[in-house]
Design a binder for this molecule. Structure first.
Ligand SMILES: Cc1ncc(COP(=O)(O)O)c(C=O)c1O
Length: 425
């Protein structure tokens, strides 16, 4: 779907660039897709809110009955503030981490959230804090997939979860401390290949079924997130419909193995929000280098967004489709799109491999043109930073009737200095 150029220009004039644009209709469609594949009784979807923690998005999830996976104390507080219920009956907000840091343990205890522990030592910390309730254990099943190796969340090189042969010891330590293991969880990564995900989820359900006899108090099993979005071919998304049958079959298998009713959970993040978010940026200049003995000359479109806004290309070599607003269908040429930061890696057109630059065939932009970096709704604003003290860009939410709402304003120097202090210790 193309962006409405008039609307984008109007919003850019109002809030400045760069800014984030969220299309409510797309988020709602993606929520409907997930609700459909989890519509079998006993199957429950969460939202891995790390992908896009805006209150507006969290409220859409709450209204649709989607539960939350939070990974920090403050994420959990955001979810509760947005209307998600506290408590563990049912555990609407689950706290997943390998380490309790900052206020995390405190928030879990005060709000009675289900802790999903990814390291054995977390049982000790919970016990020391006097916790006696249910816990979930995040398992490292020994296999997984990622869109890059650093996103692979299962296997010997993964820091996430507890290795299967250590599970019994963790269960015993938890039982001794008065806790009950009520959920087993694994997240096997965020890979782009649907067939691989399907196969790994089925394998994971089998592994969990084999573990069930060791966990007699289990009430739920979570297969994690990782439902892919096609960044490179955004108009041709793979249907996730087969997952409905898969989740129904996985749950039936687990219930049969347990001899009782179990809840099956999933917790996608990117699928809900990736296509709904676009980063809009202005071209400030177009310049070139010439071919010499060191390499090939390039044409650079210099834009006002950088990896402080959207870090995925710099971090993972991720691909985001780029549109030059109002120039669709014009003749194209290879263009490198680069940002304002004093970092040579501040380039949006990168390859997934070792090469720094991968020019993109785009209509030649002129200074003043707006560029749209598509599919930036997941791990976009959420991963933006205050590097270079630039301040995070504003987020704008657009309803299907074109009504726009500013849901977070541009950060100012005042925001950035707010935490600075000179307290004597
Ligand atoms: C524990 C856990 N669950 C779910 C997710 C969501 O993954 P995705 O956004 O690929 O669905 C992540 C992502 O890192 C995760 O770490």
């Amino acid at each position: 779907m193309k962006l409405d150029a008039t609307l984008v220009r109007k919003l850019a004039a109002k809030v400045g660039t760069p800014f984030w644009l969220y299309d409510a209709a797309i988020i709602r469609q993606r929520i409907a897709d997930i609700r459909h594949i989890t519509s079998t009784p006993g199957v429950q979807a969460r939202f891995a809110m790390k992908a896009c923690p805006a209150t507006k998005v969290l409220r859409e999830m709450a209204n649709a009955g989607i539960w939350i996976d939070a990974v920090s104390g403050n994420e959990a507080l955001r979810a509760l503030r947005a209307g998600h219920a506290a408590g563990n009956e049912p555990p609407v907000v689950c706290f997943t981490a390998d380490v309790f840091r900052d206020n995390a343990l405190d928030v879990v205890l005060k709000n009675n959230l289900l802790p999903n522990i990814g390291s054995p030592g977390m049982v000790r910390q919970l016990a020391t804090a006097g916790y006696r309730g249910p816990i979930s254990i995040r398992v490292n099943p020994g296999f997984g997939h990622g869109h890059v190796n650093t996103c692979d969340t299962g296997g010997p090189s993964s820091k996430h979860g507890i290795w299967p042969s250590d599970l019994a010891a963790v269960r015993d330590a938890a039982t001794k401390a008065g806790m009950t293991v009520t959920m087993l969880h694994a997240h096997i990564g965020s890979g782009p290949q649907f067939a691989e995900l399907h196969e790994n989820l089925a394998r994971l359900a089998d592994e969990f079924a084999a573990l069930l006899p060791q966990f007699p108090a289990l009430t739920a099993v979570s297969l994690g997130g990782g439902i892919p979005h096609h960044y490179r071919d955004r108009e041709n998304q793979i249907s996730i419909e087969p997952l409905r049958e898969l989740f129904a079959a996985c749950r039936a298998k687990l219930c049969a193995a347990a001899g009782r009713e179990l809840r099956l959970e999933i917790e996608p993040g990117r699928y809900y929000v990736a296509p709904a978010g676009t980063l809009i940026t202005t071209v400030h200049d177009v310049k070139r280098t010439l071919t010499n003995a060191k390499g090939t000359g390039e044409t650079f479109a210099m834009v006002d967004a950088g990896f402080v806004d959207l870090v995925r290309p710099a971090m993972y070599g991720s691909y985001h489709e780029i549109e030059v607003i109002g120039k669709e269908g014009s003749q194209t040429e290879p263009i490198v799109v680069a940002g304002p930061l004093c970092e040579s890696g501040d380039v949006f057109t990168r390859s997934g491999g070792d090469e720094l630059l991968q020019p993109r065939d785009l209509p030649r932009p002129e200074p003043g043109d707006l560029l749209a970096l598509r599919d930036a709704g997941a791990y976009g604003y959420a991963m933006s930073s205050n590097y270079n003290s630039i301040g995070r860009a504003p987020q704008v939410w657009v309803e299907p009737d074109g009504t726009a709402e500013l849901i977070s304003r541009r950060e100012t120097i005042k925001d950035m200095l707010k935490a600075e202090t000179s307290e004597r210790l």
